[in-house]
Design a protein around this ligand. Sequence first.
Ligand code: FCX
Length: 435
Amino acid sequence: MGYVKDLFKEKADAQNKEIKSILEQHGNMKIEDVTLAQVYQGMRGITGLVTETSLLDSNEGIRFRGYSIPELREKLPKAEGGNEPLPEGLFYLMLTGEVPSGENVEHISSTWARRSHVPNHVFDVIEAFPVSTHPMTQFTAAVLALQTESKFAKAYNEGISKKEYWSYVYEDTMSLIARLPRIAAYIYRRKYKGGEHIHPDGMLDWSANFAHMLGYDDESFKELMRLYMVIHADHEGGNVSAHATHLVGSALSDPYLSFAAGMTGLAGPLHGLANQEVIRWIEDMCKELNSDAPTKAQIADYIQKTLVAGKVVPGYGHAVLRKTDPRFTAQMEFAKTHCPNDPTVQTVWNVYEVAPPILESTGKIKNPWPNVDAHSGALLKHYGLIEEEFYTVLFGVSRALGVLSSLCWDRALGFPLERPKSITTEWVKKFIAKG
Ligand code: FCX
């Protein structure tokens, strides 16, 4: 057994003991009341899940195992000559709760490089789709096709003890994460580059190799990929992709099936697909105004027009956050260093100045500030990755780090089948009548 796996098991055993004692002493403690409005309105604010890997504060943003994004950018090991954190390090942190050394990160990198082989039938499945198929559909189908490789499913079929689940889920997690860049790059090159595929380079770190297979060998694009893979990885447990992965995993569906469920959720425009929608919204605005640098007044008019048409302004608003998303700020800082004069980047910054007061003035939008998706497309476009339909796949590759390390915790902590109670409006009316 590898030392990361040993360390994870040690941490999980300790956590299990602690949870047992918390529940023995405080299991009946009430943490909040639930209103009917919450039940009807997307369960906002109802605490109902345990996710050990990260915690979201509505004002401060995400913290991964207690560390904010600026702290991660400082503390996590970097590639040689690079300034951005390596996502391998974030995975190690989410899984074990410890900040990794450079050596720990290299160990994860080389494990993933070794396990990155994708069987041919997965490419056959991708090839069976018309090229026009949305990349997220191809991506999710490819993950499902890869399920043939699940060690958990095989072991379960052969009959294993509950105590061993975590071990096979861990193995599947490592292999699935290792394989995702190859699958994603294959879909990209097939759809947009005439099927001219690029072989992996086993000497590169996970993100740099992904950038390389996509066809972008520029060092600063590799840095962007490292940052992108870190900031999109996890956002506590209630968001659609994390919750769906966790929920499906609770039925003991293996990590491939569970992750595919998360990805079908990420593909929705109110969640991960918003990164595609943002760049489309900016491009539609530029087209309509016949300008690649719309003025702030023009942007303000276009926002009003979007709202009047009954549409959302993509990249703005959040179910939990109530301030500018630190994932937006991290990308803004990257852009200030690498591409401050890019016209789309400048438009993103102008939207940031103009949109919040307009959104706030509607009186109903709870968070008028930008989220992670408001910035990412402009950066990708700057480096030539202009195919916005592909952006959510990048988000998905990154999201695997968080939702799959969480799945390892779910099984190591022995979490049961998730099955909340639902009610009908008829039930609600009777409940109210009873007083
Ligand atoms: N533009 C226009 N209207 C918006 C809006 C926006 N950016 N954000 C919220 N609203 C509207 C809602 O549609 C809702 O309208 P309704 O009462 O007529 O149904 C009202 O404001 C109240 O919604 P609110 O409580 O503020 O927000 P929710 O928690 O319901 O929804 C999302 C949160 C993120 C879904 C919402 O802000 C939105 O649609 N934003 C645009 C899409 C987007 O950027 N999604 C990405 C989010 C995230 F970062 C990610 O998962 O990747």
